[in-house]
Design a protein around this ligand. Structure first.
Ligand SMILES: *Cc1c(COP(=O)(O)O)cnc(C)c1O
Length: 382
């Protein structure tokens, strides 16, 4: 098929790469629960598979779709986003050095602090999105991995993926990008020079707040990727058949959901910027956001469904707004079809730098007008 004729990612996602069951004609795969496969009459593996741990059809289909959506050579599923994000660290050797951002998913940073350093990995946390700080932290020959998250939770700092890829590669390091918030709908980090992309598939890829899963995608299969793959095989952090099946089901609507969520997020950000009860709106789609110019370059078709607002007041006022919402649900996590609002400071560990007045908002697929009216009435209570 010529490059022009290749279906667009939204088409590939809607049909989950067009898989049908040759035996029954079913257009949706069955859930395969068997853990082991019978040998054929020559005692060969049937269909090349023998044991489910990482040979299940249930994983192979979402892995193939995620690899396609990210334009990568291969994807690997994990039982949680945290398993995907920490797998590349496990593939490093004692003495190797990592450069990571100071604004990132807290549990990934916690692994580096509580285990990575203990296992002999050198880690420097630098100001998120700051190219000079990343370049200054590089130790050529020692730094093996630069890790970034963009847009980064919870202030949605944007990091220039192409620029960091150049810095990392010049020093002989790989670049890993946690692209959970951007999704392949908006950003394809491998095309911008990244070597590995990570997703908490728990969030947008599944999209229905009912599956815990993670995914990694590589630009090319090399020795480092083989080691990540081998580590997964030997530690067993894979999702079950039902989770894998649900994830594939969820991904069919990825583009529809995320485009709607991003459009509503932009409308909400614009509506509440300058609102008398709101000190600041943090959203990469707003001209006022420090990462807006870079976001315009590396995000297509929208800026994502996540934003944060700083209410006028402190923790008490922020919590009051969250609890006064009737459409937004006060809950953690994000990326589902239902809108969530979270007082981030309440759940962060002591010493967190997240402002007490910050509310993190995950925009769902409800009617945009309902979402705006709900926030409006909730803000009126402070
Ligand atoms: C949620 C999240 C993770 C961890 O995913 P789990 O599935 O909860 O383990 C990692 N990175 C980011 C950016 C996340 O939002």
């Amino acid at each position: 098929m010529s490059e022009e004729a290749k279906p667009k990612p939204a088409t590939l996602a809607a049909q989950a790469l067009g898989w049908t069951d040759p035996r029954t004609g079913a257009i949706i795969p069955p859930v395969e629960f068997a853990t082991t496969m019978k040998r054929d009459e020559r005692y060969e593996k049937t269909g090349g598979r023998q044991y489910i741990r990482d040979e299940g059809h249930a994983f192979a289909q979402p892995e193939a779709l995620i690899a396609e959506l990210e334009g990568g050579a291969q994807a690997l599923l994990f039982s949680a986003g945290i398993g995907a994000c920490t797998a590349p660290f496990h593939a490093l050797d004692p003495g190797d050095h990592i450069v990571a951002p100071d604004v990132m998913y807290y549990a990934v940073a916690a692994w580096l602090r509580e285990f990575g350093v203990h296992w002999g990995l050198g880690v420097d946390f630098v100001a998120a999105g700051d190219l000079d700080a990343i370049a200054a932290a590089m130790r050529p020959g020692k730094t093996k991995l630069v890790w970034i998250e963009t847009p980064a939770n919870p202030d949605w700092t944007v990091t220039d993926i192409a620029a960091v890829a150049e810095i990392a590669h010049a020093a002989g390091a790989r670049l890993g990008v946690d692209s959970t918030a951007a999704t392949p709908v908006h950003t394809r980090p491998l095309e911008l020079g990244a070597d590995i992309v990570a997703h908490a598939a728990t969030k947008y890829l599944n999209g229905h707040s009912d599956v815990l899963a993670g995914a990694l995608v590589c630009a090319r299969k090399d020795a480092f990727w083989d080691r990540i793959h081998r580590h997964r095989h030997l530690t067993g952090g894979l999702p079950g058949a039902m989770e894998s099946w649900l994830l594939l089901r969820g991904m069919r609507t990825l583009f529809l959901r995320v485009r709607q969520q991003s459009a509503s997020a932009l409308a909400i950000a614009r509506r509440f910027e300058g609102h008398p009860k709101v000190a600041r709106v943090l959203y990469p789609g707003l001209e006022s956001h420090p990462g807006h110019a870079v976001a315009c370059r590396q995000m297509a078709d929208g800026f994502g469904g996540m934003l944060s607002i700083l209410v006028r007041g402190g923790a008490a006022e922020a919590r009051r707004v969250a609890l006064a919402c009737r459409v937004f649900i006060p809950a953690t996590s994000f990326g589902g079809v239902e809108s969530l609002i979270e007082h981030r400071h309440s759940i962060e560990p002591p010493g967190s730098r997240v402002p007490e007045s910050l509310l993190r908002i995950s925009v769902g697929i409800e009617d945009t007008a309902d979402l705006i009216a709900d926030l409006d009435q909730a803000l009126a209570t402070i």
